[in-house]
Design a protein around this ligand. Structure first.
Ligand code: NOJ
Ligand code: CA
Length: 597
C-alpha cells in the first residue's frame, strides 16, 4: 500500500463535549514509584496491562539549543512521564543515521546519533528511568539499513564482496552496454515509484521497500540473522526492556521475484495511484518466512532474566495487517512464541467513530486472539494525529476522551503517542519549502508528509513551548495552539485532557478489574453508544459507556447477577451522576465508567 493511500484512508469525522469527576486512590508520583511492585511475578507480567508511551526523540525536548530533541531532554522529562503513569517508553530510532527518514535509515546499529547524544547519555537515561520504574524500548529496524551503513557500502562495491549477499540484488531486464534496461519486476516502494534502484558500479538493481537510501537486507543470509541477534544483545545488556520491530512484515520477498498483481476496480480497470498501477503487495509483504525469524528474536530476548527489572523483555511489532486472523499469527504458533505485543491496528485506525465497527473489532481482540494480549494503538508518528482522523474541530477534546477510554479501559496493553496526552493537533507545513519529510516533498500538495504529527512537544507558554531554549529554532515550527494546549496550563486544571489521561491511566493500573478483567460488550444493538463491562472473580464488575455522537444519549445496561446500582469511577466533566445501570446519561461524546454494586 502506498503511504499516500494509507493516509487517504483517514476520514474527518464529527465529534464533541467535556467533563470529569473521579473517585480514585490518591497516589503522589513519589508514592507510586516507591510502591512499584517489583515481585518476580509482576516483572514477568508487566507488559500484559502496560501503558507504553511513544517518544519521538527529535521532537520531545531539546537541551542543547540545536532545535532537535535529545536523550538528555527525555531524561529531564521522566518525572512528567512518571506522573502520567507510563510503564515504558518506546523511542523511535536514535542510532547514527543520515536522517533521510529521520532515523529509520540506520548507519550504525550500536551507537547513538550525535544529534541525540552519546552512549553515556543513553546509559544515564536508562539509569534514571529505572529509578522511576520506567522501562525503555528501542526501535529495531531489520528490514533495511541506510545506504551509508558500512555493510551496504561494501555490498555495492563489487559482486564478489563478502557483503554482496547481505542485500537484495538483481539484474534488470533488457540491459545493454549503454542502458540499465528496466527493473527486474513491477514491485513498488511504499514511498512511491519502483522499489528497484539501479547501481552503476556493479550494473545491477537493489531492492528498497522504502526510500532508495534504505536498501532492504537479505534475510535469507544467515549472517544477517547473526548480526541482528548480536545487535539485540548489545542493547539488552545495556538494560533495554525490548524492541518495537519496524516494518517487520516486509522482511522477506518472493524468492522467485514474480510480479505483483495489479489491483482492478469493479469495471476491471487497473487502479492507478500517482500514475502507476496499484499492486496487491502479496510478494513483498506478510510472507510466512518472517515467523521463524521472530521466534529466533524471541529466543534472544528470553536469554535475559524476566524476574528482575526491567522484567520480561518484550517484542512489539509494527503490524499493519488486514484482519484479526493475520494478527493472531504474529503471536506465534503453540510452543513457538513470537511477539508479545503485535500492534492491533484493526481498532485504532478505523478512522471514523462508527460504534458497530469499534464494537466488532474490540470484541475480535477479546475473543479471536486465543487469550493473547492485544496492544491497542490509535496514533503514531506516521499518521495524522487524532484530531485529523476522529475530530470535528468542535468537540476534539471530548472525542479524545472517548478514544482514550477505549485505549485504556479495554483489556490489554495501551500504546499512545507523545502529545496525545495534552490534545496536540496535527499541524502540517504551510508551504512546500517548509516540508522536512521527503515523502511530503514528493507528493506535495496532495500529501504534505508526516511533519504535521511530529511537531515539538508543547510543555509551556514560553517561546518554543519549552521544547528548546529561548532563541533556538525548532526543527519543525511549534504549532500556534501551544499557548492553550500545553502541559503547564493543563496540569492544574482537573477538567483538562491531561488530568483525564492521568486519572484514566491510574484507574487502569490500580483497579483490579480494569487491570486484568475480561471484556464483554453490552447493549450491542446500540449504534450511538459503545458500552462494555470488565469482570473478574473477586472484584466488582466495571461498566464503561462512551457516546460516539454530539447529541446527549441515555443508555440502559443490564449486568446479570448484580443489584444494578453504580459507583462512579470516572466520568466526563459535567456529566450526570447515575445511580443505576438502567439510566446512564451521557453528554455529547460523554464517557462514564462505574463499578456495579
Ligand atoms: C515505519 C516507520 O514507523 C516509518 O516512520 C518509516 O518511514 C518506515 N517504517 C520505514 O522504516
Ligand atoms: Ca524486505
Amino acid at each position: 500500500m502506498h503511504w499516500t493511500q494509507r493516509i487517504s484512508m483517514c476520514s474527518l469525522s464529527a465529534a464533541m463535549a467535556v467533563c470529569l469527576a473521579v473517585a480514585l486512590p490518591q497516589h503522589t508520583p513519589a508514592q507510586s514509584a516507591s510502591q512499584a511492585d517489583t515481585s518476580a511475578a509482576s516483572e514477568q507480567n508487566w507488559w500484559k496491562n502496560a501503558v507504553i508511551y511513544e517518544v519521538y526523540p527529535r521532537s520531545f525536548q531539546d537541551t542543547n539549543a540545536d532545535g532537535i530533541g535529545d536523550l538528555n531532554g527525555i531524561t529531564q522529562r521522566l518525572d512528567y512521564l512518571k506522573k502520567l503513569g507510563v510503564d515504558a517508553i518506546w523511542l523511535t530510532p536514535i542510532y547514527p543515521s543520515p536522517q533521510v527518514d529521520f532515523g529509520y535509515d540506520i548507519s550504525d546499529y550500536e551507537n547513538i546519533d550525535p544529534k541525540y547524544g552519546t552512549l553515556a547519555d543513553f546509559d544515564h537515561l536508562i539509569a534514571e528511568a529505572n529509578k522511576r520504574h520506567i522501562r525503555v524500548i528501542m526501535d529495531m529496524v531489520m528490514n533495511h539499513s541506510s545506504d551509508k551503513h558500512p555493510w551496504f557500502i561494501q555490498s555495492r562495491s563489487s559482486k564478489t564482496n563478502p557483503y554482496r549477499d547481505w542485500y537484495v540484488w538483481k539484474d534488470g531486464k533488457g540491459e545493454t552496454a549503454t542502458s540499465p534496461g528496466v527493473p527486474p519486476n513491477n514491485w513498488e516502494s511504499d514511498f512511491g515509484g519502483s522499489a528497484w534502484q539501479w547501481d552503476p558500479t556493479t550494473r545491477q538493481y537493489y531492492y528498497h521497500k522504502f526510500y532508495a537510501q534504505q536498501p532492504d537486507l537479505n534475510w535469507n543470509n544467515p549472517k544477517v540473522h547473526q548480526a541482528f541477534e548480536n545487535i539485540m544483545r548489545f542493547w539488552l545488556k545495556r538494560g533495554v526492556a525490548g524492541f518495537r520491530f519496524d516494518a517487520i512484515t516486509t522482511l522477506f520477498e518472493d524468492p522467485q521475484m514474480r510480479d505483483e498483481e495489479v489491483l482492478k476496480d469493479k469495471n476491471g480497470k487497473p487502479i492507478m495511484q500517482d500514475g502507476r498501477p496499484e499492486l496487491d503487495d502479496s510478494r513483498t509483504n506478510n510472507l510466512p518466512e518472517v515467523h521463524p525469524v521472530m521466534q529466533e528474536m524471541r529466543r534472544v530476548a528470553d536469554e535475559f532474566d524476566p524476574n528482575t527489572f526491567p522484567g520480561k523483555r518484550v517484542l512489539i511489532g509494527e503490524t499493519y495487517l488486514p484482519n484479526i486472523a493475520e494478527l493472531l499469527k504474529q503471536y506465534g504458533p503453540p510452543g513457538k512464541p513470537e511477539f508479545e505485543l503485535p500492534m492491533d491496528t484493526q481498532i485504532g485506525f478505523i478512522n471514523q467513530l462508527d460504534v458497530n465497527t469499534f464494537r466488532s473489532r474490540i470484541d475480535d481482540a477479546e475473543t479471536r486472539l486465543d487469550g493473547n494480549i492485544p496492544l491497542i494503538v490509535f496514533d503514531n508518528h506516521d499518521n495524522p494525529r487524532l484530531d485529523a482522523r476522529y475530530g470535528d474541530d468542535l468537540h476534539n477534546i471530548d472525542i479524545d476522551r472517548v478514544i482514550s477510554t477505549i485505549l485504556f479501559a479495554s483489556r490489554g496493553a495501551s500504546l499512545f503517542y507523545y502529545g496525545d496526552d495534552i490534545g496536540m493537533k496535527t499541524t502540517p507545513p504551510d508551504t512546500r519549502e517548509d516540508v522536512k519529510d521527503p515523502v511530503g516533498l514528493k507528493y506535495w500538495p496532495k500529501f504534505k508528509g508526516r511533519d504535521g504529527e511530529r511537531t515539538p512537544m508543547q510543555w509551556d507558554t514560553t517561546a518554543n513551548a519549552g521544547f528548546c531554549p529561548e532563541g533556538c529554532t525548532p526543527w519543525l515550527p511549534v504549532p500556534p495552539t501551544y499557548k492553550a494546549v500545553n502541559v503547564e496550563v493543563e496540569e492544574p486544571n482537573p477538567d483538562s485532557l491531561l488530568s483525564w489521561y492521568r486519572n484514566l491511566i491510574q484507574l487502569k493500573k490500580t483497579h483490579p478489574t480494569l487491570a486484568q478483567g475480561e471484556e464483554t460488550m453490552l447493549d450491542t444493538s446500540n449504534s450511538k453508544v459503545l458500552s462494555w463491562m470488565r469482570h473478574t472473580a473477586g472484584s466488582p464488575t466495571v461498566v464503561v459507556s462512551v457516546n460516539f455522537t454530539p447529541a446527549p444519549q441515555t443508555v440502559s445496561l443490564s449486568v446479570p447477577g448484580t443489584g444494578g446500582s453504580l459507583k462512579t469511577l470516572l466520568k466526563s466533566p459535567g456529566g450526570a451522576e447515575p445511580t443505576s445501570l438502567s439510566t446512564i446519561q451521557l453528554g455529547p461524546f460523554g464517557v462514564y465508567i462505574g463499578e456495579v454494586q
